[in-house]
Design a protein around this ligand. Structure first.
Ligand code: LLP
Length: 413
């Protein structure tokens, strides 16, 4: 196990969590390299029977060293901005394995992606298609595109992270997509290569994904009959992880479920998992500053909503435990940060044995953790450690005060 408890202490591979907190300070993000690699390989092996490419969703955790280790495994990448493309290339990722999603692609981002030679744009609207066609034509090129269809299925996840229903801003109504495919196929600057959907995140059931695929395949068949053939099918990301007691489907279960639908189809299958590759590979370590009793018992810790936003933003529940036992009685604590907002609660009523100085691990922090961190309240963002066996690599230094005002200027008078 990449993260394990031995003698009631938390270990990340061969590194003791408390020793990491003592040595590098807190709050501290710590990831297991082995956990990320084995999650990626599990996906890759699950789909071995069908030509496929895993395009890791960079937004989940875009730290360079993580992109680098995935690039070395042969991963592709799903990006949503020019900044993410720049990160992928900085980390040694192959632009020919990059798909570009997102509803608001700007001119310069489209230029940048064409210049890099990405695999495909996942086009989210008709005006976007027209814009890409215009920019590619002006360059004397044809942009490879998928239409991101909105299959109108309910992913049955948190409303903020559900994206495949017709009332969401994402994708093109699947019923309107057919006509748009015909238009796209006739555009000089466009080469139609694929179809894409992404119905939501933290999915714990396979039915919505299978439904979305069936609806999409019906469209693929109609397109084929009309002479529009596709090279790839992109099923998006979304498989959930275990935060509490969820039992999300494994990549193998996903492959087994989708396999019969894909049989005999020549298209390469693209997938855009983010959370499922990195989520469980990371913890956020934080130290108790104060224990404060009143109407409730509070443990004030040194991490806050700016470091890990999910609990405040989605009322997300993430498991919190001490990294080593404390010989004091357990109490039901609200784990709160120093930020001046009531929403700054990382966990409510957690039964823990704590004293000032205790180190806590917040689990499931590898995805949408650091990636969503800010400097709110002028808090330098945490350091990040990638553990590889018994070696702890600092893959991002803790920010300094200088970092807080980088790029700012004072008035001259
Ligand atoms: N592809 C597209 C087009 C997406 O929009 C997303 C996530 C993914 C792939 C990756 O989804 P995943 O495999 O990680 O579920 N901040 C939220 C999650 C937002 C997900 C947004 N889109 C959270 O912390 O729960």
């Amino acid at each position: 196990m990449s993260l394990s408890r031995r003698n009631d202490e938390l270990w990340i591979e061969g590194c003791n969590a408390r020793a990491l907190a003592d040595g590098h300070g807190t709050p501290l993000y710590v990831y297991s390299r082995a956990a990320i690699e084995s999650a990626w390989r599990a996906y890759d092996q699950a789909f071995a029977a069908h030509p496929h490419l895993i395009c890791y969703a960079v937004k989940a955790n875009g730290s360079l060293a993580i992109l680098q280790l995935l690039a070395r495994l042969g991963s592709g990448f799903d990006i949503v901005s020019g900044g993410e493309l720049a990160r992928v290339m900085k980390a040694g990722g192959d632009p020919a394995r990059v798909v570009f999603s997102g509803v608001g692609k700007r001119d310069e981002e489209i230029e940048q992606a064409l210049e890099a030679g990405i695999l495909a744009f996942n086009v989210e609207s008709e005006p976007e298609l027209e814009r890409i066609a215009r920019i590619a034509s002006a360059r004397g090129e044809r942009a490879r595109i998928s239409l991101r269809v909105n299959p109108d299925v309910d992913a049955r996840t948190h409303p903020y992270i559900s994206t495949g229903m017709k009332e969401n801003k994402f994708g093109i109504d699947i019923h309107a997509a057919e006509a748009l495919y015909h238009r796209a196929a006739a555009m000089a600057g466009i080469e139609v290569t694929g179809l894409d959907f992404h119905i939501g995140s933290q999915l714990t059931e396979l039915d919505p994904l299978a439904d979305a695929l069936s609806r999409s395949l019906a469209l693929v068949d109609r397109l084929e009959a009309a002479g529009i053939t596709l090279e790839h099918l992109d099923i998006g990301g979304g498989l959930g992880i275990r935060y509490r007691d969820e039992a999300p489907p494994t990549p193998a279960a996903l492959a087994e479920r989708l396999g019969p639908l894909l049989e005999g189809r020549p298209q390469t299958l693209l997938m855009e998992p983010g959370r499922a590759l990195v989520g469980e590979a990371g913890v956020l370590l934080t130290r108790v500053e104060y224990l404060k009793s009143g109407h409730r018992e509070f443990a004030v810790v040194d991490a806050a909503m700016n470091d890990l936003m999910r609990p405040a933003l989605y009322q997300a529940w993430q498991r919190i435990e001490t990294v080593a036992p404390e010989a004091v009685p357990a109490r039901a604590y609200d784990i709160v940060g120093p930020v001046c907002e009531t929403a700054d609660t990382l966990g409510a009523e957690r039964s823990l044995a704590l004293r000032p100085g205790s180190v806590l691990a917040i689990h499931g922090a590898g995805a949408y953790g650091f990636a969503m961190a800010s400097q709110y309240n002028a808090r330098p963002r945490p350091a990040e450690i990638l553990v590889d066996g018994d070696t702890a690599h600092v893959i991002r230094q803790r920010e300094s005060f200088e970092d807080l005002w980088r790029g700012e200027t004072l008035l001259e008078r």
